[in-house]
Design a protein around this ligand. Structure first.
Ligand SMILES: [Zn+2]
Ligand SMILES: [Zn+2]
Length: 481
């Protein structure tokens, strides 16, 4: 079908009859204004008007209500009369995704209710269409992904097998139902399904109509691919059509529109949040509780998209929980394996990741030596804790340990020693642990009983240390390779 042939050829209003009314009804039903089983794959969609009309060739009050909602959603005067402006809009190129008009009436941005529950989303090109060089077509779609990832904490990654979002150019019926069949030149340009679960078995998938002439030149000699990809990806990450005619998420194509608007950004940030800090703190899941007066938490990231937390629990064993960007937080805390126990009131834990997929923990043990255990993604946790080599001892009740990895395969530990200077030792994957602890250079001294040390590596081969000094200012020193 080509939509223009199927559009009414004359003005229509309440009381009109005939095949032109049937065409109007079919158009509104196709784009989401009446019940339509062919739109079942858009699982979060609901028709704007709950009931079909009694006679599809007679313009009744139900059809008038649908026309008013369509006009409002499209930024037209909502008079229920299908005049030249309404007919003109219906003749324009548009997106194949049905309009979702919320119960409270058309809105600027609308969220579908489905969203990706992970921050890295993969996509794969099934084909690149026939109008453009594959590299040009793919570059336009990638540029569209980048505009969305610039405003929300989502990362899009191209893959060559599998993939969350499958992208391709298709003609006519192409496996996702008769209603989604492409309609030849003009009319529907593309469609994209919501994230799971709303998008069903096609969740996230983006289909372009091969019958359009896709271009990337400016001014556009055909249909601008980046403009349409930007709109469709908005569906693929959870937005429905906006009633703001200036928005990228407006259903109708109006020429090149390659940048997100305030409305689009507000919509997507309602789903995924912005880039910066979260608006407030929130409690982690699980029933485990700890003593806020004495217990202390250590946090580390073992690989991109992962967080691991550790506390000495009320049973004096080390407890842990974790988060990753695919599954979120673990349901509750759990104790680490091994028999070693520590003093939850006074002892303190340091955690570090020496390389992706590795975790290392350190505590000043009851013998005042430093004890350690480790995890890696091949063998899991070590069977139990073990003391580090060397004769140096520290005060397990009062002294505190900082651990950091200055480069993959390196560990560095720091303690304020009995002489109130900072002591250090290190490990690397070629030579193992240093034979003993050593003091850092300099004359600065700190209070080993009360002052506390923080260590970090700002780049491979760099170390930075920080202490609140006797003058209550922060003191720092650094090492670099
Ligand atoms: Zn759309
Ligand atoms: Zn399709």
């Amino acid at each position: 079908m080509t939509l223009p042939d199927r559009l009414p050829a004359r003005q229509l209003l309440l009381g009109s009859t005939g095949t032109d009314v049937q065409r109007l009804y079919n158009y509104l039903q196709r784009f989401g204004y009446f019940p339509n089983e062919g739109l079942a794959e858009y699982r979060t969609w609901q028709p704007a008007v709950a009931a079909a009309i009694a006679d599809e060739q007679s313009f009744d009050e139900t059809l008038e209500q649908a026309v008013r909602l369509f006009q409002k959603q499209s930024g037209l005067v909502s008079d229920g009369v299908v005049g030249p402006k309404t007919l003109g809009l219906m003749g324009r190129r548009r997106c194949g995704v049905p309009d979702l008009v919320p119960g409270e009436g058309p809105q600027p941005f609308v969220v579908s209710g489905s969203h990706w529950d992970k921050s890295t989303i993969t996509y794969r090109f099934e084909n690149s269409g026939s109008d453009l060089q594959a590299t040009d077509a793919q570059a336009a779609v990638k540029a569209a992904f980048q505009r969305w990832s610039a405003v929300v904490p989502l990362t899009f990654q191209e893959v060559t097998t599998g993939g969350d979002i499958l992208i391709g150019w298709f003609s006519g019926e192409h496996g996702d139902g008769k209603t989604n069949a492409f309609d030849g030149p003009s009319g529907v340009l593309a469609h994209c399904f919501s994230p799971p679960p709303g998008g069903g078995s096609f969740a996230g998938d983006l289909h372009f109509d091969e019958a359009e002439t896709w271009t990337t030149d400016t001014p556009a000699s055909g249909t601008d691919l980046l403009t349409v990809a930007l709109h469709e990806i908005g569906h693929g990450i959870g937005l429905d059509h906006s009633a703001d005619p200036a928005a990228v998420m407006y259903a109708y194509y109006g020429g090149i529109r390659r940048e997100l608007t305030v409305d689009d950004i507000a919509g997507i940030r309602q789903i995924y949040g912005g880039k910066g800090w979260a608006p407030d703190w929130f409690p982690l899941p699980g029933k485990a509780v700890f003593d806020r007066d004495k217990q202390q938490i250590a946090a580390v990231s073992r690989a991109p998209g992962n967080l691991d937390l550790f506390v000495i629990g009320f049973d004096n064993h080390i407890w842990s929980t974790y988060w990753n960007d695919r599954t979120g937080w673990a349901p509750d805390w759990f104790p680490l394996p091994g028999n070693a126990v520590f003093d939850r009131d006074k002892q303190q834990l340091a955690a570090v990741s020496r390389a992706p997929g590795n975790l290392d923990l350190f505590v000043i043990g009851f013998d005042n030596h430093i004890w350690s255990t480790y995890w890696n993604d091949r063998t899991g946790w070590a069977p139990d804790w073990f003391p580090l080599p060397g004769n140096a001892v520290f005060d397990r009740d009062k002294q505190q340990l900082a651990a950091v990895s200055r480069a993959p395969g390196n560990l560095d530990l720091f303690v304020i020693g009995f002489d109130n200077h900072i002591w250090s030792t290190y490990w690397n994957d070629r030579t193992g642990w240093a034979p003993d602890w050593f003091p850092l250079p300099g004359n600065a001294v700190f209070d080993r009983d009360k002052q506390q040390l923080a260590a970090v590596s700002r780049a491979p081969g760099n170390l930075d240390l920080f202490v609140i000094g006797f003058d209550n200012h922060i003191w720092s020193t650094y090492w670099n390779s």
